[in-house]
Design a protein around this ligand. Structure first.
Ligand SMILES: Cc1cc2nc3c(=O)[nH]c(=O)nc-3n(C[C@H](O)[C@H](O)[C@H](O)COP(=O)(O)OP(=O)(O)OC[C@H]3O[C@@H](n4cnc5c(N)ncnc54)[C@H](O)[C@@H]3O)c2cc1C
Length: 288
């Protein structure tokens, strides 16, 4: 799997805090916002979850000098969701206590974890309103979840969804997923609490920009959000149009599951990896 690392480097800011900090600072100095993710998920021991929590605490401290509010993306399975829900919730509360005006955003994982993730978010939000949530447009249930979160003033990041889900719970066709994304995005733009519209899909972005202009939505009432290393051209265009663009910046040693998800999203990525493997194995280099 080490062979995939050259590909992973396109999508992650570094393999540890020290290597990631310069990229995070550069993003912020260039006028973007950031949501920082320490890679890791599906831990199976309390010790691993405690270590992940310590990594986040260390990250908060090292970013003290950045003067606008940051977003920290966290997967609950990284903080022990699969071990014990209460233990996981306590870990999140401990992080939320030290956050000041920064935000914790819970990534949404596969559908077996949707309900417990939303439950924890809602419960912690009552005491720490700095916690927000990601929501996946491919799930049938998301329409209800979005409405519920809007009522409770929970800030949402809308994405399509990156896991393989069965037809019992999720739309399978891209047309249906796009249709639901657009519907939920428009609802969030009108009624949501600092929502983030997270997509690189240009067709959707054009429709969303039309909606924003028709409805005179305030550009400071939401974010566009995109992944580190993906469609930097679109990130720049949106920033130059005066929108707030947040970049999702992952780093850390546990880069494999994240990289595999990015790999299957786009067939050109598979082509990149296969070409790279061939070049390396067969010694096909231009530089000698
Ligand atoms: C900020 C952010 C946070 C996210 N958080 C979550 C989460 O918490 N849970 C979850 O399930 N999913 C999450 N995702 C992933 C998301 O669900 C989609 O899988 C992913 O964004 C691809 O969908 P898309 O809307 O960008 O459109 P697509 O139609 O897949 O892509 C549109 C265009 O974007 C570019 N592009 C997209 N993906 C790639 C890639 N991997 N490599 C190169 N180019 C690419 C290509 O130009 C492509 O044609 C997140 C995505 C973003 C942007």
């Amino acid at each position: 799997m080490k062979l995939l690392y050259p590909f992973a480097k396109r999508f992650i800011a570094g393999s540890d805090l020290k290597t990631a900090i310069p990229s995070i600072r550069k993003i912020n100095e260039s006028g973007y916002f950031s949501s920082i993710d320490i890679l890791g998920e599906s831990v199976i021991t309390r010790q691993q979850a405690a270590e992940a929590k310590l990594d986040y605490l260390q990250l908060f401290e090292s970013l003290d000098s950045i003067n606008h509010s940051l977003d920290f993306s966290i997967k609950l399975s990284q903080l022990g969701l699969d071990i014990d829900k209460r233990f996981c919730q306590e870990n999140i509360i401990q992080l939320a206590r030290v956050l000041g005006n920064h935000t914790i955003r819970l990534d949404m994982e596969d559908s077996s974890r949707t309900q417990s993730t939303l439950d924890i978010c809602e419960e912690v939000h009552r005491i720490h309103p700095c916690i927000g949530q990601a929501i996946q447009a491919y799930l049938y249930r998301s329409e209800d979840d979005v409405r519920h979160c809007i009522e409770n003033k929970i800030s949402l990041r809308l994405c399509k969804g990156a896991y393989k889900e069965p037809s019992e719970v999720a739309y399978q066709s891209m047309d249906k997923i796009r249709e639901n994304f657009l519907k939920l995005a428009c609802q969030l733009l009108k009624e949501g609490h600092q929502p983030a519209i997270a997509t690189h899909d240009e067709n959707l972005l054009v429709k969303i920009l039309d909606f924003i202009s028709q409805e005179s939505i305030d550009p400071k009432s939401f974010y566009f959000e995109m992944l580190y290393g993906v469609r930097r051209d679109l990130q720049k265009i949106l920033k130059e149009k005066g929108y707030r663009v947040r970049v999702y910046v992952p780093y850390g040693k546990a880069w494999l599951p994240y990289t595999l998800r990015r790999l299957v999203e786009k067939k050109e990525n598979l082509f990149f990896v296969i070409t790279h493997l061939f070049r390396e194995t067969l010694g096909l280099r231009k530089l000698r």
